[in-house]
Design a protein around this ligand. Structure first.
Ligand code: AMP
Length: 216
């Protein structure tokens, strides 16, 4: 399955993408994760990306399109992929369409995880991630059993540098102005599927699985 996940920061794309990746046995590719790895490794690309990321703005289209192009060339994408956080604007969506049409493997679905904006702020300020295995928690709604430690692997839980109130509001504004138009873009292509992203994580996943049944 070749699919993109659409949704505001905090809508659950990462969490639900992980589940889809497990079910379908295909990689979840997150441009945010790829960029954070480049920032941590202090590569030239990472150093450039950091400024935009810390400001809650989008990294330049050339950089992220280049990252995705390289990643989609890897062998593990042969049976499909889940794109999480890419595309973020129309230019990127068009570049992706061109890339996939060139290899005769067009996108099959865009899954929009819909969450009201007032819920997103709370989710994002409480969000914590295990620095070892990437498991996500929320200190308000789904806390770990032991404070600051991952239930799965015991790793340290950390807060993303851009999960502070000021940067979060900027990221939500960027989503509204640049990414939301993709909903109409994929609707026009007949590829849009929408689920409500509120409630229990497993229940949301059940709606996603039902919505994607038949997409092959
Ligand atoms: P995310 O983890 O998806 O919330 O992304 C974190 C940050 O990485 C975003 O706020 C952007 O600065 C940058 N980023 C991630 N994906 C993209 C993309 N497709 N285009 C531009 N910037 C991106």
């Amino acid at each position: 399955m070749r699919i993109v996940l659409l949704g505001a920061p905090g809508s659950g794309k990462g969490t639900q993408g992980k589940k889809l990746a497990e079910q379908y046995g295909i990689p979840q590719i997150s441009t945010g994760d790829l960029l954070r790895a480049a920032v941590a490794a202090e590569t030239p690309l990472g150093k450039r990306a950091r400024v935009a990321m810390d400001a809650g703005q989008l990294v330049s289209d050339d950089v992220v399109v280049g990252l995705i192009r390289e990643r989609l060339n890897e062998a593990d994408t042969a049976n499909g992929f889940i794109l999480d956080g890419f595309p973020r604007n129309i230019v990127q969506a068009e570049a992706l369409d061109v890339m996939l049409n060139e290899i005769g493997k067009p996108l099959q679905a865009a899954l929009h995880i819909d969450v009201d904006f007032d819920i997103l702020m709370k989710r994002l300020t409480g969000r914590r991630t295990c620095e070892s295995c990437g498991q996500m928690y929320n200190i308000d709604t789904s806390p770990p059993k032991a404070e600051g430690r991952c239930d799965k692997c015991g790793g340290r839980l950390v807060q993303r540098a851009d999960d502070n109130e000021e940067t979060i509001s900027k990221r939500l504004k960027v989503y509204e102005s640049q990414t939301m138009p993709l909903i109409a873009y994929y609707r026009d292509q007949g590829k849009l599927h929408t689920v409500k992203g509120v409630g229990d994580i497993d229940d949301i996943y059940t709606s996603i699985a039902a919505e994607l049944e038949g997409v092959q």
